[in-house]
Design a protein. Sequence first.
Length: 83
Amino acid sequence: MANKPIIIGLISLVAAFMVWGYQALGKLMEKEGAEASLYLSDFMNTGFLESSAYFSFLTTTPLYLLLVGLGVIFLIIGAIVQK
């Protein structure tokens, strides 16, 4: 049976593919604003992240890449915890 980190990782990967598919569908339909990627700063105030040199890359990375990275990290943690 899968543990919680594996389930969270799979949900994160599914969300990443849904965001990526939404952007691809918007480009296919030639909607205005679809050429821009979704960022974390589009959904929340990221002023506290921009002030830190270590975490400023989070505001400039597309959202689907952040979700894929988070999903892979949780899958690795879940695989280690499961053993």
